[in-house]
Write a protein that binds this ligand. Structure first.
Ligand code: NAP
Ligand code: ZN
Ligand code: ZN
Length: 348
């Protein structure tokens, strides 16, 4: 076991503070990754504050991990020391169920080992995330990062990138499709870049007009403020696909009305409280309301290769780990352009 410096929340809503964890001894198929950068996902905040229930502490958040391989187990074939690699939201799964066999490890019906706030496949050993010096992960759950992309701005691809790529691909965003991204935060801004690269016409629906110029630069053709009630009349029956990234409570019915017949709204944001859906919002247009979680390992690699080809990374603000609690507060105020990434060199 190797002692590893980290930052952890000791209890729900406690500020994150320095903490030491143990990383496991290298197993045959394990890769040791020196973590250089880790993105701050809104899910880190939901979980560190136990907004989804069942959180375990101490918690070391972080599932947008980018780093360099520093050691490999004797049977590792996919990676070598010095490789640029990433780890996303999970570090293992049962590998046997129908979902795992289909490359949908994030929906494993037995046990997905989440990168933090979860357990290893033994069901008892807690997992600790990327706000730490290094991580030990089975090579089959490690991703290869495109060599020519900057490592710091690639980190958010591991969660924000795949969370938008997967539904955009599944619901066939592309030429001739009108796609709306609701919420221009970490996930939303990746959605704009990726949907644009896929060839779709992208509209951003944001609370105010503050981010309009940014959205256009990121690849959006249209931008509307949801604080203006006219937005909802102008855009009625307009979109083929809406990806809703909002992390807070809102009226989904209003947004369903913006779908064409047979359109789909995919929820990726995970607010604390449940919602009320009017049957009419769905029925009067044969509309679908769906959800989507990150992506499997193969699809995450496909997304990274797609981003490599299209030179897509996240727009980031680099922060030292000592500023993590401040960064959380700013994310809660939608005051981030567009993802905080922790420079892990600040930990040593
Ligand atoms: P984020 O950076 O905070 O972005 C969320 C955006 O939602 C904000 O930038 C803001 O955009 C909008 N928003 C915030 N509060 C709002 C409100 N009260 N009403 C309307 N809009 C509001 O967060 P993120 O990291 O992108 O994560 C977004 C959500 O997705 C979180 O709930 C997170 O847990 C979840 N998530 C899900 C998955 C998955 O696999 N499904 C993966 C990662 C994260 P504007 O300023 O443009 O209005
Ligand atoms: Zn995330
Ligand atoms: Zn499984």
């Amino acid at each position: 076991m190797a002692k590893t410096k980290a930052y952890a929340a000791s209890a729900a809503k406690a500020p994150l503070a320095p903490h030491t964890i143990e990383r496991r001894e290298l197993r045959e198929h394990d890769v040791v990754i020196d973590i250089r950068f880790c993105g701050i996902c809104h899910s880190d905040i939901h979980q560190a504050r136990d907004e989804w229930g069942g959180a375990t502490f101490p918690m070391v958040p972080g599932h947008e991990i980018a780093g360099i391989v520093s050691a490999v187990g004797p049977k590792v074939t996919k990676y070598k020391v010095g490789d640029k690699v990433g780890v996303g939201c999970f570090v293992d799964s049962c590998r046997k169920c129908t979902e795992c066999q289909a490359g949908l490890e994030q929906y494993c019906s037995v046990h997905t080992s989440w990168t933090y706030n979860g357990t290893e496949q033994d069901g008892t050993t807690p997992t600790y995330g990327g706000y730490s010096e290094r991580i030990v992960v089975d090579e089959n759950y490690v991703l290869r990062l495109p060599d020519h992309l900057p490592l710091d701005a690639s980190a958010p691809l591991l969660c924000a990138g795949i969370t938008l790529y997967s539904p955009l691909k599944h619901w066939a965003a592309g030429p001739g499709k009108k796609v709306a991204i609701v919420g221009l935060g970490g996930l939303g801004h990746m959605g704009v870049k990726i949907a644009h690269a896929m060839g779709a016409e992208v509209t951003v629906l944001s609370q105010s007009l503050k981010k309009q110029a940014d959205a256009k630069r990121l690849g959006a053709t249209h931008f509307y403020a949801t604080s203006d009630p006219e937005t909802f009349t102008k855009l009625e029956r307009h979109f083929d696909l809406i990806i809703n990234t909002v992390s807070a409570e809102m009226d989904y019915n209003q947004y369903l009305e913006l779908l064409k017949v047979d359109g789909t709204m995919v929820l990726v944001g995970i607010p604390e409280k449940p919602h009320q859906i009017q049957s009419f919002s769905l029925i009067m247009g044969r509309r679908s309301l769906a959800g989507s979680a990150i992506g499997g390992i193969a699809e995450t690699q496909e997304m990274l290769d797609f981003c490599g080809k299209h030179n897509i990374v996240s727009d980031i603000e680099l922060v030292p780990i000592q500023k993590v609690n401040e960064a959380y507060e700013r994310v809660l105020k939608s005051d981030v352009r567009y993802r905080f990434v922790i420079d892990m060199a600040s930990l040593s």
